[in-house]
Design a protein around this ligand. Structure first.
Ligand code: ATP
Ligand code: MG
Length: 412
């Protein structure tokens, strides 16, 4: 356990409260994975927690969660609680703070997430057999899966997510309950569903979760283009959806690339189908650019100038990712992908050659044009530079200041 986490345990213990490591961190430690975050559960009430620690954020006080800041870490410390009834299919109507850890574990979603570690006593609380399921690589709901999935619609999507990220099977009864719970998913906010999808896309092979999501309609009102793709997973033939999930698996685990892989066959590419996901700006922009190019019509007989033009059109910063996506598509369709490797080589050579590819590689800029040709500022300068660039992409030997100024004069 990192020092900061240990220090939070020590403070709670000094204050006479019991504390447990819970959730994903226990699961990850028991399966020799590195936890992404460290969640603590404690007998201290939220008010007590805010008194014990000097730097806190009242994240979800009503539900018992306080974020404790220690050093540069932020830890979620949650009061042991039992959930009341769920009538909205999203959140418990009420929560009651309790003192026993087993009651707290009973409200959690899957057995592997319902274990608690008490560091001082070195006791593992595992009332639902999470450790055995972890060893058997099985995802099993805590208690009655139908009831658990109907309480909170997000859980079916979490099931698909964990199946992918942990590479686990979904236990039979839990799997059978998914179609009952899945229609409740539309009650969950897009942001929470998107986050589960993005976590799924981080898996080594997201297909395992995506197939479950698609089969049970979990893309409904999340990404219509995927929801409407014909689901051919039970057919022996090579179908679009099968190729899609293979393409996603074959892309590096990066959100923009994998989202573009997921939407590669979408008919309305230009409308940026993942707009509905409300992604962060950077991911949205990159995924749009990747999707905007899609398949590449490269052939070995392309000239070096054509390679430079391809780089100029797509953007030097993203060209290799575009080829990676294309290669994943070729492989997913069992096509020869040597052509993509060849393009990578040629693109890298072009980038390192020093030959002009983008406007800033030109030996003149807007200032030179204004001074030497006595022009006023304005969009015509950009226009001229573009035409000059277009010329030197075909004739890199003409990228000299005097030649370019002469050429610009003639263009005017
Ligand atoms: P990750 O490694 O991705 O953080 P995690 O298991 O820690 O996975 P979180 O979403 O961080 O997942 O939730 C922490 C814990 O809270 C879970 O392990 C689980 O015990 C419980 N939990 C979270 N969401 C739900 C839910 N919708 N229903 C029931 N329990 C939940
Ligand atoms: Mg977590």
């Amino acid at each position: 356990m990192p020092d900061n986490v240990r220090s939070v345990f020590n403070s709670l213990s000094k204050a006479g409260e019991q504390a447990y490591l819970v959730g994903g961190s226990v699961r990850d430690l028991l399966s020799e994975r590195t936890p992404v975050d460290w969640d603590l559960a404690t007998t201290a009430t939220p008010k007590r927690i805010t008194e014990i620690f000097s730097r806190v954020i009242p994240t979800g006080i009503a539900h018992g969660t306080v974020t404790v800041l220690v050093g540069s870490d932020a830890l979620e410390v949650t009061t042991l609680r039992g959930d009341g009834a769920y009538t909205d299919g999203r959140h418990p109507d009420s929560v009651v703070f309790i003192k026993d850890i087993e009651g707290d574990l009973a409200r959690r979603d899957f057995t592997i997430n319902a274990m608690a570690w008490e560091p001082e006593e070195r006791i593992l609380h595992d009332p639902f057999g999470g450790r055995d399921d972890l060893a058997a690589k099985l995802l099993r709901a805590v208690g009655d899966p139908v009831a658990r999935f109907t309480e909170d619609g997000l859980r079916v999507m979490r099931a698909a997510r964990f199946a992918a990220t942990l590479d686990f099977d979904i236990e039979k009864k839990t799997l059978e309950a998914i179609p009952v719970g899945a229609p409740k998913l539309v009650k969950i906010s897009i942001e929470r569903r998107r986050d589960e999808l993005l976590k799924t896309l981080k898996a080594r092979a997201p297909s395992r979760g995506l197939l479950v999501m698609k089969k049970f309609g979990m893309f409904d009102r999340l990404i219509d283009e995927v929801h409407n793709l014909q689901d051919d997973q039970d057919e022996p033939a090579r179908g679009k959806w099968k190729q899609t999930v293979r393409r996603v698996d074959l892309c590096p685990a990066e959100n923009a690339l994998r989202l573009a892989a997921l939407l590669f066959d979408a008919t309305s590419r230009q409308q940026k189908p993942f707009k509905s996901l409300r992604l962060d700006k950077k991911t949205h922009k990159k995924a749009s650019r990747l999707l905007g190019v899609g398949k590449i019509d490269y052939r070995s007989d392309w000239s070096d100038a054509q390679i430079r033009r391809f780089l100029c059109d797509t953007g030097v910063d993203i060209a290799l990712d575009i080829i990676t996506l294309w290669k994943a598509d070729l492989r997913a369709g069992n096509e020869d992908c040597q052509i993509a490797d060849e393009l990578v080589d040629r693109v890298k050579r072009a980038m390192n050659s020093g030959d002009p590819i983008v406007a800033k590689d030109l030996c003149v800029d807007g200032d030179d044009l204004m001074r030497d040709l006595e022009l006023l500022p304005g969009p015509h300068l950009g226009n001229l530079l573009e035409r000059l660039l277009s010329h030197v992409i075909d004739h890199p030997e003409d990228n000299e200041k005097s030649k370019l100024i002469d050429m610009a004069r003639r263009m005017l």
